[in-house]
Unconditional design. Structure first.
Length: 296
């Protein structure tokens, strides 16, 4: 045990002395280096080079790690800014679309000879095929009533089906429970529009459409008549198919609506039908007899 202890102490002393000799040899001026110093430098130079390589390598790896961490933080900040800008762009596009729709609705209200009020579409009910079945409006404090017509800049949407507070549900023109008096614009043939209730289509049919000499053709515009609850002349749809039997007095007509129900954002509710035109409005007034005498 004593011998082993002396050996350990000796090795420890040598390990302590060697760095001293190496440091002393490196600090001496080149002219003062002797043979022993040269030997020390030859032996220590590879060790110093290896130590420097290891230290520089570790330092380089650490610096690259710190650099990559900084780059990742900058990338995350850029991604967050990108997401924020995308949201702001989407909001700006939505506002631009709303403004465009509102401008069209303002023009529509000016052209509609009836009392109207604007309403915002806040929700839509859809089926498994994403076909819109019903829409809900936010009407504010305006007093609406069941049956009031609802239109958009494209044409007829439907009528108010239910009112509760500041909200109202719309019975769409494409609903099988809806019935709207319509006519073919170019021929004047009249009938009743009703939704066909297809899961994947907005198609409607015209029941009891009068058959006239001028046949109905694909692409003919269908509008409302002024005989029902709606003002006349509101676009409803275009004829998609005609299947008339020779012996029938009515024409079987299928209609595609002109309104895009899936993208409705703003609508107009007609509060009251416009007054009927005065048939005598264009006639010039003539002087009648005054006190039984006819004027010259």
């Amino acid at each position: 045990m004593l011998k082993r202890r002396f050996v350990n102490y000796g090795l420890a002393g040598i390990l302590l002395v060697i760095p001293v000799f190496i440091l002393q040899a490196n600090l001496k001026e080149p002219s003062a280096i002797n043979g022993f110093d040269q030997a020390i430098l030859r032996i220590s130079s590879p060790l110093q080079a290896l130590a420097s390589w290891v230290i520089e390598g570790i330092g380089g790896v650490w610096n690259r790690y710190i650099w990559l961490v900084d780059i990742e933080e900058e990338n995350e900040e850029l991604r967050a800014d990108n997401r924020k800008l995308r949201l702001e762009l989407a909001a700006a596009r939505g506002r631009a679309t709303d403004i465009e729709v509102l401008e069209k609705l303002v023009g529509l209200r000016e052209k509609t000879p009836a009392d109207t009020v604007g309403a915002r579409v806040i929700s839509a009910s859809t089926n498994a095929f994403f076909r819109v079945n019903r829409i809900r409006l936010e009407t504010g404090e305006h007093e609406l009533a069941t049956g009031m017509p609802v239109i958009s800049e494209d044409g007829l949407v439907g009528r108010i089906g239910r009112v509760y507070g500041d909200y109202a549900d719309v019975l769409l023109a494409i609903d099988p429970q809806s019935s709207i008096a319509v006519q073919v614009q170019h021929s004047g043939s009249r009938g009743s529009l009703r939704g066909m209730g297809r899961d994947n289509s907005y198609a409607c049919e015209i029941e009891m459409l009068e058959r006239r000499k001028e046949p109905v053709k694909q692409g003919d515009l269908i509008v409302t008549t002024d005989l029902g609850d709606f003002p006349g002349g509101i676009p409803v749809g275009r004829v998609a198919d005609v299947a008339t039997k020779d012996y029938s007095i009515f024409e079987a007509v299928e209609v595609d609506p002109v309104v895009d129900f899936a993208n409705l954002r703003q609508v107009i509710v007609i509060l009251a039908k416009p007054p009927a035109p005065d048939p005598d409005a264009d006639k010039r007034g003539r002087s009648g007899q005054a006190f039984g005498a006819t004027p010259y």
